[in-house]
Design a protein around this ligand. Structure first.
Ligand SMILES: [Zn+2]
Length: 85
């Protein structure tokens, strides 16, 4: 039972206390198919070695900007709202 919302997720790896850097979704033939887990950068790359793993989200302090992509976050109309909540 979690009464409080945690500001940062933790890596789901055994005994790993690093903050999660990505969400990995599992699909067949992976044994964990249908579930999602958060892992730190190191363990994300490790679980991705297994079949049926897909990174569905990335987060964390480091957000590398992909070259060649327009900076949509700079848009002023209908952009993602952040801040006031
Ligand atoms: Zn980890």
């Amino acid at each position: 039972m979690t009464a409080r919302k945690r500001p940062a997720r933790r890596c789901s790896w055994h005994h790993c206390s690093h903050p999660a850097a990505a969400t990995v979704a599992f699909r067949l033939p992976n044994l964990l198919a249908g579930s999602r887990r958060d892992y730190c950068a190191t363990h994300t790359s490790q679980v991705r070695l297994a079949e049926g793993t897909v990174v569905v989200a990335r987060f964390g302090p480091h957000q590398p900007t992909l070259p060649g992509l327009p900076d949509i976050s700079a848009g002023r109309r209908g952009g993602p709202t952040r801040g006031k909540g």
